[in-house]
Write a protein that binds this ligand. Structure first.
Ligand code: FAD
Length: 402
């Protein structure tokens, strides 16, 4: 870090201390880049994240996975059950990681444990953190200025990891394409009587998915997508009432359940930034794209953003290039575009196929799952693409340092 006049200057300022921002800062610092984290303390997040195999490999390579492991449950199989009352219903389909030579598709971990492990790793790497929010970001041809309450900072590159309502995205003048769904996700964790056998179960209902994802022991996380009044009604229930309702909706798959403290409600939308980088600002995670919680893609996409950006920035620096130049930012946008677009479209289509009352769409969804169930090579191709997308395999996801 150096000083020019009154403002401190850093190579990269990462704004936002959620998982995407923390992984960005760690990956950049691991590559020897002077990265500063501007991140107020995160609010309590009781959600969990199913981290797919590539994300786990990246966290292992960055030295952050060991601390996550005791809190993470392996996901060895995924079952999809059509629980709609549609005329044309899909068959039950089971996807097993062993079929594609993996022990697990990934691991499910509570966000609070993931964030704690990442914060610890960031501290080990001596990443400096300012626990105040960025109030404004302004870009000039040679760098960006970040305004804090008590001072300003200069950076050659700003990583906007500041979530759905990104200040950085607005500062770069980047518009988004957005579709809000008539759905709300109720999230909570629960203990249950029967073992989950490390199998995720996704019931597809007319309102959206009802997904039980294993946690260590006889615990699971639940993401229950409903219409907003339905979600609010469940949210208002007592723990006892809610436990009975969840057991009913889960067809007693896990036996008697008890609800843990920490419920969340999330309005669902799909939103994609029209470009992922401009004017010395590169967006990662939900600042760049928001997808509904189907198929555990959101943060996995965000971690691929972080890994790709760190790789491109590290390469540029090794070549002596300006790490925030238009060329570097264009390369980042180009490398992430196909992965982000293809996942967003697939999740949007799947979600809308559940919501529509149009019978041929139910038939098409049912047929796709029927074919996936019956044709093993197709099932394996779907699983491989879900876990290791052909469009994006940054070095960290392959176990190599940036
Ligand atoms: C119900 C649900 C279930 C999900 N399950 C999964 C799953 O199983 N697998 C998966 O991959 N994804 C999942 N996701 C998606 C995943 O939760 C998100 O992709 C992820 O949390 C986004 O992380 P992030 O770091 O980009 O943003 P956030 O976690 O929102 O972090 C943004 C951070 O920026 C900070 N910030 C904001 N403004 C400023 C500012 N001006 N200055 C400084 N800091 C600022 C905020 O305080 C916050 O800490 C799920 C999402 C939902 C809603």
């Amino acid at each position: 870090m150096s000083r020019t006049g009154e403002d401190e200057t850093v190579e990269v300022a990462v704004i936002g201390g959620g998982p995407a921002g923390l992984v960005s800062a760690i990956a950049l610092a691991a590559a020897g880049i002077d990265a500063l984290l501007i991140a107020p303390s995160a609010e309590d997040d009781h959600r969990t994240t199913a981290l797919l195999a590539g994300s786990v490999t990246a966290l292992t390579t960055l030295g952050a996975w060991q601390a996550c492991l005791p809190h993470a449950a392996p996901l060895v199989a995924m079952r999809i059950i059509d629980d709609t009352r549609h005329l044309l219903r899909a068959p039950e389909v089971m996807f097993a990681a062993a079929e594609i030579g993996l022990e697990a598709f990934g691991h499910n971990i509570e966000n609070r444990h993931l964030i704690a492990a990442l914060q610890r790793r960031a501290a080990e790497l001596n990443i400096r953190r300012i626990t105040a929010p960025a109030l404004a970001v302004a870009s000039e041809p040679t760098g960006a200025t970040i305004k804090l309450a008590d001072r300003s900072l200069r950076a050659r590159l700003v990583v906007g990891a500041d979530g759905q309502h990104s200040l950085c995205r607005a500062a770069a003048g980047i518009a988004t394409n957005k579709r809000a769904y008539p759905q709300t996700a109720l999230t909570l964790n629960l203990a249950h009587f029967k073992p989950h056998h490390d199998v995720t179960t996704e019931f597809h209902t007319e309102h959206g998915p009802f997904t039980l994802v294993p946690l260590p022991g006889r615990r699971s996380s639940l993401v229950c997508v409903l219409d907003p009044p339905g979600a609010a009604a469940l949210f208002a229930m007592t723990d006892e009432e809610l436990a009975v309702e969840i057991e009913r909706r889960a067809h007693s798959l896990l036996g008697k359940v008890s609800v843990e403290p920490g419920r969340g409600l999330f309005r669902l939308a799909v939103e994609t930034a029209r470009t992922l980088a401009r004017d010395r600002i590169a967006l990662v995670g939900e600042a760049a794209h928001v997808v509904p919680p189907i198929g555990a893609q959101g943060l996995n996409l965000g971690l691929r953003d972080a890994a790709t950006l760190a790789e491109i920035v590290a390469d540029a620096r090794r070549q002596g290039a300006d790490i925030g130049s238009p060329t570097v930012l264009a390369r980042y946008d180009l490398q992430r575009r196909a992965d982000v677009t293809s996942r967003t479209i697939a999740i949007d289509l799947l979600n809308r196929s559940l919501l529509t009352g149009f019978v041929p769409v139910h038939g098409a969804r049912g047929l796709s799952l029927f074919l996936a169930d019956r044709i093993a090579p197709l099932r394996r191709a779907l699983m491989r693409e879900g876990v290791t997308p052909a469009a994006s395999q940054p070095r960290l996801m392959r176990g190599e340092m940036v």
